[in-house]
Design a protein around this ligand. Structure first.
Ligand code: 8YV
Length: 327
């Protein structure tokens, strides 16, 4: 008998077809995303679950007595309660690598947009406010030749560094859990303590996974260390930043601008002061959101799911859950 899985998100037809070859499956068909209670109701027989970002904790696992694997369609897996999964021997998989270049493209887009004020000036043109006058009020700051500080030099951080170094002739500083000698060689990147990175960078870019250690990694103290002319970019998770401290830093002109793909609360509330600041470029968490990359992520997640429920080793079991998994 084929194993039974539940797909909590719509996925491309090819990925669904692949799953159907190996599994019997049910899928969420609602037009809005599945709610928590609807999800909990669908898990009784599921051996595999395909999701994007839904919280996997004791509450959910109590409703899923047969579950073997949760396949996340994302590289970040801060939605996994790793302890709950570990104690029940539940496998967790993610979708690394296939999104590196796409997220790096977006990070550069945010750097350029914030530095050259692209959304603000686009609005000005469309609002008919391009007046015959001195254009100095429209000036931005240079990107090329400046210093980019990357906090979190994983594979996406490296892809960002490559663009910055070879496309924009930037100097790269980085801070990471461990040093990366190869990256230092290829990018001429310099490993520095966080404080030094904050003090010396023209652009500070956050690309760390969200964990207990990285929660509010950027707070009042850290923003205060940045140059007044510096721009802050966040393409990681909103919770890595103390958002009130960021708002204060921007309002008090302790930093020049920010480019944000992620927020503490998503979707961001319309009353969030960040949305009122002209020097903040905001995006709705779209780092990996191109047709091709989201397709590749869904295919990879489908393969991870099928491998796990058919007794094979999935390609992308998350690090913390690797030991102790019996296939
Ligand atoms: C997700 C992301 O796909 O992969 C990640 O960690 O942040 C994105 O690529 C996104 O969370 C989907 O909504």
């Amino acid at each position: 008998m084929k194993p039974k899985v539940f797909l909590a998100r719509p996925i491309p037809a090819e990925a669904e077809a692949y799953i159907s070859e190996h599994c019997t499956y049910e899928k969420w068909q609602g037009s809005a995303p599945i709610t928590r209670s609807e999800l909990l109701e669908r898990l009784e027989d599921a051996e595999g679950l395909l999701i994007t970002g839904e919280t996997i904790n004791d509450e959910l696992l109590d409703h899923a007595p047969k579950l073997k694997v949760v396949s996340n369609i994302s590289v970040g897996y801060n939605n996994f309660d790793l302890e709950s999964m570990k104690k029940r021997n539940i496998m967790g998989t993610n979708t690394p690598d296939v999104l590196n270049e796409t997220v790096a493209d977006l990070a550069l887009a945010l750097i350029l947009s914030a530095a050259r004020r692209i959304p603000e000036l686009d609005k000005l043109v469309k609002d008919g406010k391009w007046e015959e006058q001195d254009d100095e009020p429209l000036f931005g700051v240079d990107v090329h030749g400046k210093t980019l500080g990357i906090i979190g030099m994983g594979r996406i951080g490296e892809a960002i560094g490559k663009r910055a170094k070879f496309g924009f002739n930037m100097d790269i500083l980085y801070h990471n859990r461990r040093r990366k000698p190869k990256t230092e060689e290829v990018l001429g990147a310099e490993y520095v303590p966080l404080e030094e990175l904050l003090q010396s960078s023209d652009f500070v870019l956050l690309m760390v996974p969200f964990t207990l250690e990285t929660r509010h990694l950027m707070g009042q103290e850290q923003f205060a260390l940045m140059k007044k002319s510096a721009i802050f970019i966040n393409t990681s998770r909103g919770q890595t930043v103390d958002e009130n401290a960021l708002i204060q830093a921007l309002q008090n002109k302790e930093i020049l601008a920010a480019g944000l793909d992620v927020f503490d609360q998503e979707p961001v509330s319309t009353g969030n002061p960040l949305l009122k600041l002209p020097n903040v470029v905001t995006l709705p968490h779209i780092g990996s959101a191109t047709h091709q990359t989201r397709f590749d992520m869904a295919m990879l997640a489908a393969k991870n799911l099928v491998a796990a429920v058919t007794g094979n080793e999935p390609q992308n079991i998350v690090q913390e859950l690797k030991s102790g998994i019996k296939l």
